[in-house]
Design a protein around this ligand. Structure first.
Ligand code: NAG
Ligand code: NAG
Ligand code: NAG
Ligand code: NAG
Ligand code: NAG
Length: 276
């Protein structure tokens, strides 16, 4: 290669790199970036795909993952109930939830089964264990090896309440025991010491430690996240949107058009020089 052409070659590489680089990073301090800036509630750090209802908009994360912050405690609303969020682990993609109702109860009485509907991208973790509670049963459990829960005993009322690790209650259920209610509560497996009466004495503390849910990529968001964007929800169109690194909002994916127009023009010029 003759010397002038060599210089031109090197120059065009520099131009190519700077143009394309600058193009992809332009306006990265745009309003969406500041609007969705990471926040926190108490000691919980809140950022994508979670967002803080008082500060962010549904634009900033998954619609179901909007948290409230009350007196330094993060709160999430699930279809079944409202829970404190005591931990968000962005590496393992998991959250720890505690039933708000039971936190101040000495002998916690869960009112709801946790139900996760399919359209919420949350699922039970492998760290969990289900406890099966039977409340106010008018029949006694036939085996003497199963003790009723003492702290719910009302004097003068013959009915008893029982707790089992879900699946361990034998063939008996609320029908046979004639119980008022059956509620399944999820706790962390390692918080329950099942042997030696640990379950009856320990379920209250275990419930206060909460349970773990894993989150997965929302179906609508896969294309966007894979392309490096942040997936939000647009109240107006009622559809998910994709916020790209340059701050612009696209429908699905940031990949298309990553090599922007100016960048492409320089590319073409570059190859034109190579050929000549
Ligand atoms: C945050 O603080 C609460 C109690 O104030 C504690 O139970 C929880 O484990 C803490 N979470 C983290 C992530 O440090
Ligand atoms: C606990 O119960 C829920 C809801 O029925 C279920 O989806 C989950 O797999 C159960 N977890 C365990 C550890 O059995
Ligand atoms: C059992 O029933 C009584 C009233 O009949 C109620 O006050 C009590 O809370 C019930 N116990 C449980 C554990 O649900
Ligand atoms: C909770 O789930 C169990 C079965 O998993 C069911 O038998 C029970 O009726 C449910 N309880 C409530 C209060 O919905
Ligand atoms: C930002 O990137 C997207 C996708 O890569 C592109 O469609 C859009 O034109 C870019 N906007 C700006 C202002 O560079």
């Amino acid at each position: 290669m003759p010397k002038p052409l060599q210089t031109l070659f090197a120059l065009s590489i520099v131009i190519l790199i700077t143009t394309c680089y600058a193009d992809n990073n332009s306006s990265n301090t745009s309003s969406t970036t500041t609007l969705c800036a990471p926040s926190h509630c108490g000691n919980i750090s809140i950022h994508y795909p979670f967002w803080l209802r008082s500060q962010h908009t549904e634009f900033c994360g998954y619609p179901d993952f909007g948290l409230e912050c009350s007196e330094g405690k993060a709160i999430i609303n699930l279809p079944s109930d409202t829970y404190y969020v005591t931990d968000i682990n962005y590496e393992t993609h998991s959250i720890t939830l505690v039933d708000i109702d039971i936190l101040n109860q000495q002998c916690p009485r869960a009112r709801h089964n946790v139900s996760l509907t399919n359209n919420i991208p949350l699922s039970f973790s492998s760290l969990d264990l289900n406890l099966s509670f039977y409340f106010n049963c008018s029949s006694k459990y036939p085996s003497s090896s199963v003790d009723p829960i003492g702290c719910w005993k009302i004097s003068g009322d013959n009915r008893e309440s029982y707790v089992f690790v879900a699946g361990d209650e034998g063939d008996l259920g609320s029908d046979d025991l004639h119980c008022e209610e059956h509620v399944v509560v999820t706790v962390k497996d390692d918080e329950i010491d099942i042997g030696g009466g640990g379950l009856i004495n320990g379920f209250g503390d275990a419930m206060k430690k909460g349970f773990v849910l894993d989150w997965r990529r929302a179906a609508d968001c896969a294309q966007c996240e894979v392309s490096g964007g942040y997936c939000g929800y647009d109240q107006n169109t009622k559809q998910s949107t994709c916020i790209c690194g340059n701050g612009s909002v696209v429908a699905k994916s940031c990949t298309k058009g990553t090599l922007s127009f100016t960048c492409l023009k320089v590319f073409r010029l570059f190859f034109y020089f190579l050929q000549s």
